[in-house]
Design a protein around this ligand. Structure first.
Ligand code: SAH
Ligand code: SF4
Length: 379
């Protein structure tokens, strides 16, 4: 069962022709600069930041500790929401919520909220995680990914990325558990949109107060971005979409591998691990009969041996029009068992939201397909 309805009322409509800047494109120090430019002391900028990132207020008029003239000045130059909700889909058990968000230029991206309840045996803390998109479409074009099928339209701005997290952060304040984790695993390759992605990281950490270790950036292996991340002051968790432990197979699944093959990719992973002391996650989407054999599990063990890694096995979410299926449960179990027996930390991701098309790019494909806006590249 699934509920799906237009819910435009939950976010302010952007309004055609609104030329104001999205305030989420300003860093926290940028907020200070703007209020100083408007003739107010810098601490007023910090107050604006607190309203934007630590409260659920969505209008400058409601920022009650600011002088009224400053509220007006801000409102005439900036808008708070960078996008509006087009469609929201809620899984019957309410553990997964997904929104398709319409951007000011009419394009649509997806954001997913995943709520994990305490387990039946009472263990495990309740938690909520938002999965945000970083691009409209994706240039990498992995062969099993719905987003890859769309082609690439454009990078998202910082305001559009942080706005996705804020959408569910605000909602979760009234509907706990409150969001504490953000994963950059929606549509797009975050490290190809480095500055906007890390701008959103900075606002979530310094503005919203999330722990940097609770933010995870997932990459298909864009080395120039990984090189920057190694030196970045925000030591986020790094997840690398491996999907195959040998070059030929990986190149057929993740075309970027031809440019940055496994040896180079793994060196960057180990360097990030050494620099940040954070365990690196390898994501491995199991595709029936393609990358799920015991021999490949053993090859993967060889890559991981002696390294501080966590392998996350992801059951494939089938995508209409793509010739891949989810691995059989016995194949998943055997793959998992081989890694565990060799001492590799390995988990199987709980499938969430398949009924609401939580696989990357699928809800957006539908929404965009039925909208009045041109569809960029859904074949
Ligand atoms: N571009 C980045 C982040 C977004 S994709 C990356 O590739 O890492 C997030 C994860 O979803 C990746 O591990 C990706 O391989 C996986 N994914 C994509 N399509 C999928 C599908 N149909 N089923 C399961 N996982 C999928
Ligand atoms: Fe892009 Fe990631 Fe999809 Fe590959 S899996 S096409 S990198 S979004």
């Amino acid at each position: 069962m699934m509920v799906e309805a237009p819910v435009g009322a939950t976010m302010h409509p952007l309004g055609a022709g609104d030329v104001r800047t999205a305030i989420g494109d300003l860093s926290l120090s940028g907020l200070r600069d703007v209020v100083v430019e408007m003739g107010y002391p810098a601490y007023r900028g910090d107050q604006v930041g607190a309203w934007l990132y630590r409260s659920s207020v969505r209008a400058f008029d409601d920022m009650t500790n600011l002088p009224i003239a400053l509220r007006h000045a801000l409102g005439s130059r900036f808008r708070i929401d960078a996008m509006e909700v087009e469609v929201e889909a809620v899984a019957a058990d309410d553990e997964t919520r997904k929104v398709a968000l319409r951007l000011h230029d009419g394009d649509v991206v997806e954001t997913v909220l995943m709520r994990y309840p305490t387990r039946d045996d009472g263990t495990g803390a309740e938690r909520a995680t938002v999965c945000v998109s970083t691009q409209v479409g994706c240039p990498v074009k992995c062969s099993f990914c719905a987003t890859g099928l769309m082609g690439f339209t454009r990078n998202l701005s910082t305001a559009e990325i942080v706005g996705q997290a804020l959408h569910f952060l605000r909602w979760s304040r009234a509907n706990p558990p409150v969001v504490r984790n953000v994963v950059f695993m929606g549509m797009g390759e975050p490290l190809m949109n480095y500055d906007a992605t890390m701008g959103a990281v900075a606002l979530l950490v310094d503005g919203a107060g999330l722990g940097v270790h609770r933010l995870t950036v997932s990459t298909s292996g864009w080395l120039p971005g990984m090189a920057r991340l190694i030196d970045d002051r925000y030591a986020v968790r790094l997840a690398v979409s491996l999907h195959a432990p040998v070059d030929d197979l990986r190149s057929s699944l993740v075309p970027l591998n031809r440019r940055f093959p496994l040896a180079i990719l793994l060196d960057a992973c180990w360097e990030y691990q050494a620099r940040t002391r954070r365990r690196v996650t390898f994501e491995y989407t199991l595709l029936d009969g393609v990358n799920d054999t015991p021999a490949l599990a053993r090859d993967l063990v060889r890559l991981c041996r002696g390294r501080d890694v966590h392998v996350n096995l992801i059951p494939m979410n089938p995508v209409a029009s793509l010739p891949f299926g989810a691995s059989r449960p016995e194949a998943v179990d055997e793959f998992h068992a081989i890694l565990r027996a060799a001492g590799v930390i390995c988990t199987i991701r709980r499938e969430m939201g398949r009924e609401i098309r939580a696989a990357c790019g699928q809800l957006r494909t539908e929404v965009q397909g039925r909208s009045r806006t041109a569809v960029d590249a859904v074949p």
